[in-house]
Design a protein around this ligand. Structure first.
Ligand code: ADP
Ligand code: ADP
Length: 211
């Protein structure tokens, strides 16, 4: 598949960001990620949208979903400018999946399957390089360069308490989305619990075998 239009689905910490970076390099497509877009616009005034809180920050800090209206607009805008794309972090509920159907056709929905115990470990150990956006882990994937190590940051919502809430929100809102693509016949499952390079091998093969 030359320039796929695809989803990467999975629980928080499943490895969506890690694999998306490889996918965009290999297939020369856009990485559309609602999490990054929202973090860049955390203080955006959304009070006119009749939402519970006035900015995305309040939702994100508590591990809750930002209202659909805000997120749908971000995705609609990004997809209108992309030929191929990997959409990461969206849709997170059935209403968003419905909305996406009106925006674009998809070649595949790829699901990274990881157990809950492993997810907690991955999220609490996740660190980010603020200069490059590269994703690391204190244990599984530490940087070699001590200069990079010194500047690593932890996401504000990667604390044990917020992680638990994000996983609850995933089970309640996003698992039905995975079932939806499964029922539709477009879901491809990859064992996300393997080492990153083995996950990548399976991800790459799955995309290449999609017609
Ligand atoms: P992770 O990498 O852990 O899966 P993300 O970076 O995708 O997390 O998302 C971080 C937070 O941003 C979520 O907890 C939620 O508050 C908000 N968010 C991201 N995508 C969406 C979405 N599609 N709908 C609603 N909220 C979202
Ligand atoms: P997501 O975008 O799904 O929330 P990330 O790609 O940010 O997930 O990965 C979460 C954490 O787990 C990061 O610290 C990352 O380095 C680590 N990680 C990603 N894939 C693997 C893997 N296959 N094995 C071990 N750790 C991984």
């Amino acid at each position: 598949m030359a320039q796929p239009r695809m989803l990467i689905l999975g629980a928080p910490g499943a490895g969506k960001g890690t694999q998306s970076a490889k996918i965009t390099d290999e297939f020369d497509i856009d990485h559309v990620t609602t999490g990054d877009a929202l973090r860049a616009n955390k203080e955006m005034d959304i009070s006119e949208m009749d939402t519970e809180y006035d900015t995305p920050r309040e939702y994100m800090d508590q591990g809750e979903l930002v209202p659909d209206e805000v997120v749908n607009a971000i995705v609609d805008e990004a997809l209108s400018q992309a030929d191929g794309f990997v959409l990461d972090g969206y849709p997170r509920n059935l209403e968003q999946a419905d909305e996406l159907e009106d925006m674009t056709d998809l070649d595949l929905a790829l699901y990274l399957d990881v157990s809950e115990e492993e997810l907690v470990h991955r999220l609490t150990g996740r660190r980010l390089d603020p200069e490059t956006g590269d994703i690391y882990h204190v244990e599984y994937n530490p940087p070699e360069d001590p200069e990079v190590e010194d500047r690593l940051e932890q996401r504000e919502d990667d604390t044990e308490e917020t992680v638990k809430e994000r996983l609850r929100v995933f089970r309640e809102n996003t698992e039905p989305v995975i079932d939806h693509y499964e029922d539709e016949g477009s879901l491809e499952r990859v064992d996300g619990e393997q080492a990153p390079e083995d996950v990548w091998e399976d991800v790459k093969k799955t995309i290449e075998n999609t017609d």
